[in-house]
Write a protein that binds this ligand. Structure first.
Ligand code: ASP
Ligand code: MG
Length: 411
């Protein structure tokens, strides 16, 4: 008898019909004898709608109150799913994040899970119930409701799977798995049958929305096998797990993000300690940056540019106002008309030809590269937003579609 954690995303529980469908899938596993913990997201676009209401009242609503509001979305879905299971004769119990023992930091709207107190979940499992847990939320030590960042139900599921030592964490979604590129942009993109934690982690941090980054990091840390698959079809999806011989495939996927903003601080004093001060200020606002570059100094000044997630733009503006009180600089520019394209794969770092072919592919499209960053597992370029889709298609052709042709012809 295995212990399975299943997570159903917002589109899988978008209406009562779909909730019934999820209930019958859960029922089938239950009747097969599995012990089941089921994590659900808010129905459809509920979270967006709640957030929009808050922002209509104030452009920067207080984050603690935002969490109280957003957590209601998942509370609706757990209750409805539990009722749907009752209707199908399956014993179940719906728990909020706090009731399920998910204890988090107090960084509202972006809290991190500190620990999971698993006794209550195990108690209900031992009573023979399916345990349904609200995704995306937890409570602080002092009992305040928190949320884990957009897409956080994935993290709830992977954290529970780790804490409960589950045999598998199944992420049910409206796509069939993890693809070599976004199939809405690249029609010939393929499902990846197996992918390593490291590659999945890069993809998530670079904009692939199929799995939240922290969910991947949890599974990697605790070696939880994750199976990303479709709610609507039975076929196998993508396994995220330890993969040996990763070198065989140099480029695993082309990932992109339109949700980035370039920030340039102009005329910053060219002195030791300045970059540290800027980064510390942004860290205090828990903003994560990517692609930091600074220009050559001129007359004791330089420019510093970096890329931030679009959702952090408001915070960065406020952080920089704070910074201006202690550091004099000439001005700030925000450029929203940018996007990021990345080539991801375990073999990227070992083969300098990959960088060359990436830049060459973009050059052939006439796309100008603004900033570049690399890691062991990826090369990313910041380019004009309007050119992202065609660049993704061209890069997919260069690195994935065409190299498959070569492999086939060579064999
Ligand atoms: N409902 C939350 C969101 O829309 C969490 C999730 O779906 O995972 O971001
Ligand atoms: Mg999601």
């Amino acid at each position: 008898m295995s212990l399975v954690v299943q997570k159903y995303g917002g589109s899988s529980v978008a209406d009562l019909e779909r909730i019934r469908h999820v209930a019958s899938r859960v029922r089938r596993y239950f009747l097969e004898g599995h012990r089941l913990v089921v994590v659900v997201s808010a129905m459809g676009k509920t979270t967006d709608a709640l957030l929009a209401m808050a922002q209509e009242l104030h452009p920067f609503p207080p984050e603690r109150e935002v969490d109280v509001l957003l957590a209601t979305g998942e509370q609706v879905s757990i209750a409805l799913l539990s009722i749907a299971l009752f209707a199908q004769g399956v014993p179940s119990i719906a728990l909020t994040g706090g009731q399920a023992g998910i204890i988090t930091t107090d960084v509202h709207t972006k809290a991190r899970i500190l620990r999971v107190e698993v006794e209550r979940i195990f108690r209900h499992l031992n009573e023979g119930k399916v345990v349904i847990v609200a995704g995306f939320q937890g409570v602080t030590e002092s009992g305040d409701i928190t949320t884990l960042g957009r897409g956080g139900s994935d993290t709830t599921a992977c954290a529970l799977a780790a804490a409960l030592r589950a045999d598998v964490c199944e992420i049910y979604t409206d796509v069939a798995g993890v693809f070599t590129a976004d199939p809405r942009i690249v029609p010939e993109a393929r499902k990846i049958p197996r992918i390593s934690y490291d590659e999945m982690s890069e993809m998530a941090s670079l904009g692939a929305k199929v799995l939240q980054l922290r969910a991947v990091d949890f599974s990697r840390l605790y070696r939880v096998r994750v199976h990303v698959r479709s709610t609507f079809f039975e076929e196998e999806g993508t396994w995220v797990e330890e993969v040996e011989n990763m070198e065989e495939v140099k480029v695993r996927a082309i990932t992109h993000s339109l949700e980035v903003v370039k920030v340039v601080l102009l005329g910053v004093p060219d002195e030791p300690g300045v970059a540290a001060l800027i980064l510390r200020t942004l860290a205090d606002f828990s903003v994560s940056l990517d692609m930091i570059i600074q220009s050559e100094g001129r007359e004791g000044k330089k420019d510093i540019a970096f890329v931030i997630p679009r959702e952090d733009e408001g915070k960065v503006r406020r952080a920089l106002e704070d910074l201006q009180k202690i550091l004099s600089f000439e001005g700030v520019k925000f450029d929203e008309d940018v996007g990021k394209v990345s080539v991801v794969g375990a073999g990227v770092a070992n083969d300098p030809r990959i960088a060359f072919r990436m830049f060459d592919t973009l050059a052939r499209c006439g796309v100008n590269i603004d900033m570049i960053s690399t890691s062991n597992l990826r090369i990313s370029c910041l380019i004009p937003k309007g050119r992202v889709e065609e660049s993704v298609r061209a890069l997919h052709k260069t690195f994935i579609s065409d190299s498959e042709v070569i492999l086939r012809e060579g064999s």
